[in-house]
Design a protein around this ligand. Structure first.
Ligand SMILES: Cc1ncc(COP(=O)(O)O)c(C=O)c1O
Length: 442
């Protein structure tokens, strides 16, 4: 079939077929009343599929030209100098936290037993790396209707062992970055922004509007399908700090000292001419390890999909905002039943979902049951109260390994009374109106 063609022509023919395949088999049929309304879904067209197949035909497989392009484009979008693609948002959080334990950071490095201020109302892998390393998460309560840290508790949570604050921007709504950042600066603490649910959100700090994830020392993203954009599995770590970036790359790529990308050797020109540790002089830099690292790289096929998603990304953010506004307008008369979400002051959220807390006398479980029965998918605010989960059983028994400051009454309320529904860019007005109708009629 391809014998008489050049490789370029054959590639083009395959990619044209992919386009045709998408048009014929992959178009989403229009929503019909009664269809399931997911809380989130992938939004893509032929460009993602073409990029994926193009990358597959190249068969480079590991990180390559698409990865390089994706990292550059995401860094440009976020207006940061450094961005590293990884294989998930959880890996991004792991690397970000572990970067702060690097000996290269001297006295500021987080040590075992040091404390990190965070919240229990959220996704587990914002907290997991802290515990896995042997540092101590210090949990404080959150507020409704922002669902983020109650910053009035920060000073109370501070101890001589505090080294960092690590928090997610809940469902796209930025936490009070001005207060948290000022607190971190005043006490010489690291700030990690888990931006996995907030890509595209902005916050105005010291009079300057910036993307969330770029205000602290390190930010993270997830590209798992429900998220703001997808590549199946994937994540990113971004920073403006050249040293943190170097550490992130080392941890991502086996702990090595060398920063040559896959398939490249000796970019620094010093491959065989330096002294490292107690190794013999001139030991091959490619195999010198400055950290106990991982391999958390993504493949170039994931990055290829990400490149096509990034092209559409600003329109995704706008659609999320529009969908949020339509839901809010439709539900604002129901405030005797529900607490509706509220954007943090000085922020413009790229909403991941629409959080609703049931007021007294209204059963969350009944609401959720009604919506699910009517084909509207719902979600809890992830763990609700993370400390109540079986993974904490051992630590709870011994009251060891974590600290709680004050009560977690609002966190518990979220665990009991809160749920959320979607605002993803593929949602149509009919779908949103159906959700409003069912919330009004239950
Ligand atoms: C706030 C937050 N952080 C981290 C993650 C983990 O991302 P991933 O599923 O890509 O590991 C999630 C997942 O949904 C999340 O919501």
């Amino acid at each position: 079939m391809f014998e008489s063609m050049t490789k370029e022509l054959a590639t083009q023919q395959i990619l044209d077929s992919v386009k045709e395949y998408h048009k014929t088999f992959m178009q989403k049929p229009p929503y019909i009343e009664g269809d399931r309304i997911s809380y989130a879904s992938r939004v893509f067209d032929e460009h993602e599929m073409i990029n994926l197949v193009d990358s597959a035909l190249e068969f480079w497989l590991t990180s390559g030209r698409y990865t390089e392009k994706f990292e550059k484009k995401l860094a440009e979008y976020l207006q940061v100098p450094f961005c590293s693609l990884v294989n998930s948002g959880s890996s991004a959080n792991l690397i970000s936290f572990m970067a702060l334990t690097s000996p290269l950071l001297g006295v500021r490095a987080i040590k075992r037993g040091d404390e990190v201020i965070t919240v229990a109302a959220g996704f587990p892998t914002t907290v997991t790396p802290i515990i896995q390393f042997g540092a101590v998460p210090v949990f404080v309560d959150v507020t409704i209707p922002q669902y983020n840290i109650d910053t009035s508790l920060l000073e109370k949570a501070l101890s001589p062992k505090t080294k960092a604050v690590m928090l997610a921007h809940t469902l796209g709504n930025p936490f009070a970055l001005q207060v948290v950042k000022d607190f971190c600066t005043a006490h010489n603490l690291w700030l990690v922004e888990d931006n996995c649910d907030a890509l595209g959100s902005t916050y105005t700090i010291d009079g300057v509007t910036k993307y969330t994830g770029t205000i602290g020392d390190i930010g993270t993203s997830s590209f798992y399908p429900p998220h703001h954009m997808t590549m199946g599995e994937g994540g990113a770590v971004y920073t403006s700090d050249a040293l943190l970036h170097k550490i992130v790359l080392s941890l991502r790529d086996w702990g090595r000292d060398c920063v040559c990308p896959s398939g490249k050797d000796n970019l620094c020109g010093q491959r065989f001419s330096r002294q490292y540790g107690e190794l013999p002089f001139g030991y091959d830099h490619k195999y010198v390890y400055s950290h106990f690292g991982y391999n958390l790289k993504a493949t170039d096929m994931q990055a290829a999909i990400g490149c096509a998603q990034l092209e559409k990304f600003p329109s995704f953010v706008e659609k999320r905002k529009t969908n949020y506004r339509r839901l809010y307008e439709g539900l604002k008369d129901l405030q005797e039943k529900f607490i509706l979400p509220e954007a943090a002051p000085n922020s413009d959220p790229s909403w991941f979902g629409f959080l609703i807390t049931c007021k007294e006398g209204i059963s969350r479980n009944k609401m959720v049951h009604h919506l699910e029965k009517n084909n509207i998918q719902t979600r809890m605010l992830f763990a609700g109260n993370l400390i109540k989960h079986p993974c904490f059983d051992e630590m709870r028994k011994s009251d060891n390994g974590y600290r709680v400051v004050g009560s977690l009454a609002v966190t518990d309320r979220i665990m009991n009374d809160t749920f959320w529904i979607g605002v993803y860019p593929g949602m149509t007005n009919e779908m949103i109106d159906k959700m409003i109708f069912e919330l009004k009629n239950c």
